[in-house]
Write a protein that binds this ligand. Structure first.
Ligand code: PHE
Length: 452
């Protein structure tokens, strides 16, 4: 499928596009909250261990599978192991996960673009301090607002995908990622210089191991994988676009470091400001759409500027991730023979439909009464894609690399056909890929599901 003509043009392009996929709502919306909830620095230590020992290993695994096969996930697995074509189901499982993640992404991004718009037009600034909860509830449960903004966001995605891998994805990532870094740093500086900021840092970094239970460990693992975009085939697709001469270890290291840094910086940008404004941290939508706008308003006039910057940051981070999801699904269908533009359009329409249903199922929305098992559709998809699906896909993928694919092929791919020295390979393959990562995934998954 992909060769150097249709793939990324350089290693820098790969790093920025894949880091764009990795840095997303997960970093800004979910990570700081998980970190606070599960023991601050205690959570951070576990998170870093998972990210580097499991997440990064998976990133390399998916890159190897993608670049070696030059196919999207459904065909990639059978191409590398023609004797067992049923491995294609792991690829298909990934497509299912991507579809669901994209659904949730569209809903949240729709709100974000909506809030960006409202911060630009001054609507947010005019809301009294006790009115933000009501405002968000009215916004999210309105029949047209979330849908209009969700569609605007999806159309932007579609335009990027129609632009192609090089002129669409790579170009946009090269433009947006540096801006994103500058924005997050600017927000950090503002947040840290507010009086009383240290309480926020304390909340984020003070280690409290008593808050770490199995459920938390599964949530942290899910977050580590979700955040690196592994376990659902996205990085297999991006891997199939990596130029032959790129060094996979180096590329994966850069992406991982970028992802972790932005997540931690997002925490530093958010919590000190929240505490300085005398608010308490809440999770998910509560934090981003109710607490933060209030925090911005309490900064006076400049707060408006920071509100605009923050929602712009969040929209951009969401965009570079959602294009990777849309690209994965598009690449999958075009790998099966469909025309690329047609594939992108079909996926967009289907995902928009489910996203609208999910948006309507949110608290107060027209479908919020449907709550099987006590959760609405939005919460179900969020839970599934946040904690369960990524570790499942990741486990199957790493077993494939460690126990099914030929060792020599892996070595050949990682060493760029013997041109790179890879003295670390035996440790990577014999310890991390074959034992440590799969066992850790299995234990955490089983313990988390059984609620130990
Ligand atoms: N990594 C993205 C985030 O942190 C989410 C994502 C998952 C994107 C899987 C693509 C594929 O928000």
């Amino acid at each position: 499928m992909a060769n150097n003509k249709t793939g990324f043009t350089s290693s820098l392009g790969v790093v920025l596009a894949a880091a764009g996929s990795a840095v997303g709502l997960g970093n800004i919306w979910r990570f700081p909250y998980i970190c606070g909830k599960y023991g601050g620095a205690a959570c951070l230590v576990v998170y870093l261990a998972f990210v580097f020992l499991i997440g990064m290993v998976l990133l390399m695994t998916e890159f190897v599978i993608g670049r070696r096969s030059r196919h999207a996930p459904e065909k990639a697995f059978p191409t590398l192991c023609p004797k067992h074509p049923s491995w294609k189901w792991v690829g298909l499982f990934g497509m299912f996960s991507c579809f669901l993640i994209l659904t949730i992404y569209l809903v949240i991004s729709g709100w974000t673009v909506g809030y960006f718009w409202e911060s630009l037009t001054g609507t947010l600034a005019a809301i009294p301090n006790d009115g933000f909860k009501e405002h968000f509830d009215a916004f999210a449960s309105s029949t047209w607002k979330p849908v209009v903004f969700l569609i605007v966001f999806l159309v932007i995605n579609l335009l990027v995908i129609l632009g192609g891998v090089q002129k669409g994805i790579e170009k946009v990532s090269k433009l947006l990622m540096p801006i994103l870094l500058i924005l997050v740093l600017a927000l950090c500086v503002r947040s840290l210089t507010l009086p009383g900021a240290s309480k926020g840092l304390d909340y984020l970094f003070h280690p409290d191991f008593s808050l770490l239970n199995w459920e938390g460990i599964l949530a942290i693992l899910g977050q580590a994988l979700f955040s690196l975009s592994v376990g659902m085939g996205t990085m297999i697709v991006y891997g199939s676009y990596i130029p032959n001469e790129s060094n996979i270890l180096k590329t994966a290291t850069w992406i991982t470091v970028c992802d972790v840094c932005i997540a931690v910086l997002a925490g530093i940008a958010i919590f000190p400001a929240v505490f300085a404004a005398g608010q308490s941290p809440a999770g998910g939508p509560g934090l981003v759409y109710q607490v933060l706008p209030l925090v911005f308003n309490s900064m006076g006039k400049v707060g408006m500027v920071f509100a605009i910057l923050f929602f712009l940051l969040l929209s951009m981070a969401a965009l570079t991730s959602s294009i990777s999801l849309l690209e994965t699904l598009t690449a999958w269908l075009s790998d099966r023979g469909m025309k690329r533009n047609r594939a992108a359009l079909i996926v967009s329409v289907l995902v928009a439909l489910l996203a609208i249903v999910a948006a309507y199922s949110f608290t107060g929305g027209p479908l919020s009464g449907i709550t099987p098992g006590g959760k609405n559709l939005f919460d179900w998809i969020d839970r599934l894609t946040g904690a369960y699906l990524p570790p499942m896909g990741a486990l199957a993928t790493i077993i494939f690399l460690g126990w099914v694919m030929k060792r020599e092929d892996i070595r050949d791919e990682l060493s760029n056909h013997g041109t790179l020295r890879i003295a670390w390979f035996p440790v990577f393959y014999n310890i991390l890929v074959r034992f440590l990562a799969p066992l850790a995934l299995l234990v955490v998954l089983v313990a988390g599901i059984m609620g130990v």
